[in-house]
Write a protein that binds this ligand. Structure first.
Ligand SMILES: Nc1ncnc2c1ncn2[C@@H]1O[C@H](COP(=O)(O)OP(=O)(O)O)[C@@H](O)[C@H]1O
Ligand SMILES: [Mg+2]
Length: 290
C-alpha cells in the first residue's frame, strides 16, 4: 500500500503536533528531544511518513509514550531493531509491527502501558497522592506479562513446538521472529482453507501434547485466531497467558484449548469429540528432544 498522499498536506509536521500537544511536552526536553531525533527516521513507518498510508497518528498516540520510545531507543542502540516498518495488527492489549534488523524481518509486539479504561480514569487519579503508585504498578504488570510471553516462547521452542523465536524484550516491547514471507505476514488459520485439515488438527494436538507433557505449559488462548499458517504448517503465537500445570485453572484451560481446536476441525465438516482429542493430548507419547 504505497502512500501516494503527500504526508505534509495530510498531516501537519509531526514536530509541530508534538510540541502543540501537552502530553508530548516531554519531547521538547533536551534529553528526550535528542533521543527522539535519533530514532525518528527509524519509526517513519508508524509516523505516517513511510510507504504505508493506513498508518495514522492514533497509533502513535496509543503506543509510543515516553517509556516505550525510550525502550525502542535502547533496543535500536543494541542493534536489535533498525526500523519499525508498519503495523501488522492492533489489539486491545498490544500492537504488533513488522520491523527490520540487519539480520532480516522481525515482529515487534508493543503492549499498551495504559488501556482505554485506565486512560479515562487517570484524570481522577493523577495528582491524587493516594494513587501515585497505580500507573507504575500497571506498567510493572505489563512488563511481567512481556517477560512471561518471552519465556513461554523460549520454552516451547526448546521442545520443538513451532512458535516464533523470541529475540529480545525490554519492558513492554517484545521482539520475535517474523512469521511471514517477504513483507507479508502469514494469515491466521481462521482465514485459510486447508487441503488436509485432519493432519493439521493432529499436528496441533501433538504440539499441545508436547506443551502439556514436556513443557508443563497450557497455552490458555489456543484457537484458529492464534495460529498462523506458513509454508503449509501451523505456527502457534500469542503465548503470554500460558500457565504451568500448577496453576489452579490449568486443567480447565487445557480443556478449553482442546475444545476450541476440536470445534475448529468440526467446522470443516468433521465430527471429532473433545474427549477423544483430550485423550490424545494426555496420552500421545511425546519424546523429549533433549
Ligand atoms: N511473530 C509474528 N509474525 C507475524 N505476525 C505476527 C506475529 N505475531 C503476531 N502477529 C500478528 O499480530 C496479530 C496479533 O498478535 P497476537 O500475538 O495474537 O496478539 P493479541 O494479543 O493482540 O491477540 C496476529 O494475529 C498476527 O496477525
Ligand atoms: Mg492473538
Amino acid at each position: 500500500m504505497p502512500n501516494e498522499n503527500n504526508w505534509d498536506s495530510d498531516y501537519p509536521d509531526l514536530d509541530k503536533i508534538l510540541k502543540s500537544e501537552k502530553k508530548y511536552e516531554w519531547i521538547s526536553e533536551p534529553k528526550y528531544k535528542k533521543i527522539f531525533q535519533e530514532i525518528e527516521h527509524s519509526i517513519q513507518g508508524v509516523l505516517g511518513k513511510g510507504q504505508f498510508d493506513w498508518v495514522d497518528r492514533r497509533v502513535f498516540d496509543q503506543v509510543f509514550d515516553r517509556s516505550t520510545l525510550l525502550s525502542l531507543h535502547k533496543l535500536m542502540q543494541q542493534g536489535n531493531i533498525e526500523t519499525i516498518d508498519y503495523p501488522l495488527a492492533r489489539g486491545k492489549e498490544a500492537h504488533v509491527f513488522k520491523a527490520s534488523s540487519k539480520e532480516g524481518p522481525l515482529a515487534i509486539k508493543i503492549f499498551h502501558t495504559t488501556n482505554a479504561v485506565f486512560k479515562g480514569l487517570t484524570k481522577y487519579i493523577d495528582g491524587d497522592p493516594r494513587f501515585s503508585g497505580l500507573s507504575r504498578r500497571h506498567r510493572e504488570l505489563v512488563n511481567i506479562w512481556v517477560r512471561k510471553e518471552f519465556r513461554n516462547l523460549k520454552r516451547m521452542r526448546k521442545y520443538g513446538i513451532r512458535v516464533p523465536e523470541p529475540i529480545s524484550s525490554l519492558k513492554n516491547v517484545l521482539i520475535m521472529e517474523f512469521i511471514g514471507s517477504n513483507e507479508t505476514a502469514s494469515p491466521r488459520l481462521k482465514d485459510v482453507n486447508i487441503e488436509d485439515p485432519i493432519s493439521i488438527f493432529e499436528e496441533i494436538l501433538k504440539m499441545t501434547a508436547v506443551n502439556w507433557q514436556i513443557c508443563d505449559l497450557v497455552h490458555a488462548d489456543l484457537s484458529e485466531y492464534n495460529i498462523l499458517w506458513k509454508d503449509n504448517t501451523p505456527w502457534i503465537i500469542d503465548v503470554g497467558q500460558g500457565v504451568t500445570s500448577r496453576h489452579p485453572s490449568a486443567n480447565e484451560f487445557l480443556v478449553r484449548d482442546v475444545t476450541r481446536i476440536t470445534n475448529w476441525i468440526n467446522k470443516q465438516g468433521f465430527d471429532y469429540s473433545v474427549a477423544d482429542s483430550m485423550v490424545k493430548v494426555l496420552d500421545i507419547p511425546v519424546k523429549k528432544s533433549d
